[in-house]
Design a protein around this ligand. Structure first.
Ligand code: ASP
Length: 585
């Protein structure tokens, strides 16, 4: 390699004993400096592959984060100074030439992983934060996920089609971000909540298998697993049933998983929505651990105990809970369950009785001996276990015990493996609104379950039993994504709009172009979308998607790096036909 024409010959983190004797040129950042005797200094030189120890003349002014090029000979470190912790620990570079390419102010925070730095400061100087191992590893893993998904989809005949960012409102049920139009003041584009309508138009257009790694924008409050803008693998297929969609998506997810972890996941199991709600109290069950919700309602039919006189009673068992939980902690759990909406939380200890395990403490004294025995039997409880029961309306019991289960049993993010799960047969409607109209659980183009089409003629609560052909993919308790078989029959679509209280003119105004398209020959179709930020986060063991996004917003939605969102000047506002009102108090 000609050192006069190329800046570097090697990457810092890749030098090994085999390189001893070679003259190398390295480029990177000064990671650490240690003085060595009177004349020499050790510089750990860093690039994204790691660090290597360089021995330099101590008179050089080389400070933390200076960008330098160093030329020198690789040599084996004297025996007792090798560092087995470091990939390059057997060698060092005897530097003969140093070029300071850029000086650097002291970094705004230390770059080691041990120091806890306020997130706003990290994000304000994200370019410094990105130099850390953790973000380097995460972003590179994320790139691997993207390319594995692309490979996986293309191998199955999917074609990547890009869809516009300036669109009319899309029906995912969140608030739109909007962009004012200069050409038509007073009018607005929406930024896409998803490419939903366009991918369906692609099906009408004969694309057959569409995919896109798509940016989606939803104006919702941010959380650990939610940013305003996020990336999703968006897909749509013609002439398919649910199973075909599962096969296609599972393949892409398995490819991505294997590419990052080295292990291919087994076939993803399925659970119906109803089963998930009954057994885990959640439509995104974390099945890394048991502690399932057990049905106890029949046991308490005709009970004398007031606390259990309710339409539904369920319980969970915490193995060895007696030892694990202090009385204070139990009281805390009761309060927490009340905050979640329960009237109370009934708890009991299982102890060794004269005739086998028996219930003790808590509300045990209110139970008849038959009830006691039946509860122990149903929960398969043994001495040392704690049991927790909630009695109330079924929805509330599931909700509260589902959360309590997570609170008591959920393993840390990087334990328990990757448990993918398809949740199928979602209800078509989530609830009834104040006027008694059903609220769609998914977008309004979701096909009802074929066996439930007749039920669409029902009214009121009965509508909540209509199942749909909508499904979610769940990973360790996180909803990765959702999809459905779509309605391509205009009679069914009209009925759904009618049920949702969407009048014909409104349907025309909002989705007219899609309904028009369906009049020109629409194939049956279905699709899916899953969040790449969430998948990447879980694959690298992060609990917050911000750790796998190069330039995320803070929890409150601002960007400390660019200061967005920020005001625009009066001239620009005028051009857009806008006037800003003072914030309402
Ligand atoms: N458009 C849906 C979403 O973004 C996914 C789908 O139905 O394909 O959540």
């Amino acid at each position: 390699m000609d050192l006069s024409t190329s800046m570097r010959t090697d990457m810092c983190g890749r030098l090994t004993a085999a390189d001893a004797g070679r003259t190398v040129s390295l480029c990177g950042w000064v990671d650490r400096r240690r003085e060595h005797g009177e004349h020499l200094a050790f510089i750990d030189l860093r690039d994204h592959t790691g660090v290597v120890q360089c021995v330099v003349d101590g008179r050089h002014d080389l400070r933390s984060e200076y960008v330098v090029r160093m030329i020198g000979e690789v040599r084996i470190r004297p025996d007792d100074t090798a560092n087995p912790e470091l990939a390059t620990g057997e060698v060092e570079v005897d530097v003969t030439e140093i070029d300071v390419l850029a000086q650097a102010e002291p970094p705004p925070f230390p770059l080691d992983e041990r120091t806890d730095v306020d997130e706003t400061i990290r994000l304000r100087h994200r370019y410094v934060d990105l130099r850390k191992d953790r973000l380097q590893r995460n972003l590179r893993a994320r790139a691997v996920v993207n390319s594995a998904i692309r490979r996986g989809m293309e191998a199955q005949g999917f074609v990547e089609v890009e869809t516009p960012m300036l669109v009319a409102s899309t029906p995912e049920g969140a608030r739109d971000f909007v962009v004012p139009s200069r050409k038509e003041p007073g009018n607005f584009y929406a930024l896409p909540q998803s490419p939903q309508l366009f991918k369906q138009l692609c099906m009408v257009g004969g694309i057959d298998r569409y995919y896109q790694i798509a940016r989606c924008l939803r104006d919702e409050d941010l959380r650990a697993d939610r940013q305003f803008e996020f990336m999703q693998l968006d897909a749509e297929m013609s002439f398919v049933a649910q199973d075909d969609v599962f096969a296609a998506i599972s393949h892409a997810v398995a490819e991505a998983t294997e590419a990052v972890t080295g292990e291919r996941p087994a076939e993803f199991p399925r659970i119906t929505w109803l089963d998930a709600m009954e057994r885990y109290g959640s439509d995104k069950p974390d099945v890394r651990f048991g502690m399932e919700l057990v049905e106890l309602t029949p046991i308490f039919e005709g009970t004398e105990a007031r606390v259990f006189q309710a339409p539904c009673v369920k319980g969970i068992r915490m193995e060895d809970g007696v030892e694990a939980l202090s009385r204070n902690q139990i009281d805390g759990l009761v309060e927490t369950c009340q905050r979640w909406g329960a009237k109370g939380l009934a708890w009991m200890k299982v102890i060794d009785g004269d005739d086998g395990p028996t219930l003790d403490a808590g509300v045990a004294k209110f139970l008849s001996s038959d009830e006691s025995a039946a509860v122990i039997g149903a929960l398969e409880a043994g001495p040392g276990d704690m049991v927790f029961l909630v009695a109330d309306e079924r929805r509330l019991v599931r909700h509260v015990l589902g959360l309590l289960r997570l609170e008591l049993g959920r393993p840390p993010v990087n334990e328990g493996g990757l448990n993918y799960l398809w949740v199928v047969d979602f209800p078509l409607f989530e609830a009834l609104d104040a006027d008694g109209s059903p609220i769609p659980a998914h977008h309004p183009f979701t096909m009802p379950h074929p066996d439930d089409l007749d039920l669409l003629e029902a009214t009121g609560e009965a509508l909540l039993d209509v199942r749909s052909q909508a499904y979610d993919l769940v990973l360790n308790g996180w909803e990765l994504g959702s999809g459905s078989i779509r309605i391509h029959r205009s009679d069914v679509q009209t009925r759904i709009f009618e049920l949702l209280g969407i009048a014909e003119e409104e349907a025309q105004a909002k989705f007219g172009f899609l309904l028009d398209a369906f009049r020109y020959g629409a194939p049956p179709h279905g699709g899916f979308a899953f969040g790449i930020d969430r998948l990447a986060a879980l694959l690298v063991g992060e609990t917050n998607i911000r750790e796998v996004i190069a330039f995320p917003k803070t929890q409150s939605g601002s960007d400390p790096l660019t200061n967005a969102p920020s005001p625009i000047d009066a001239g620009h506002l005028g051009e857009l036909g806008l006037r800003v009102l003072p914030p309402s108090t």
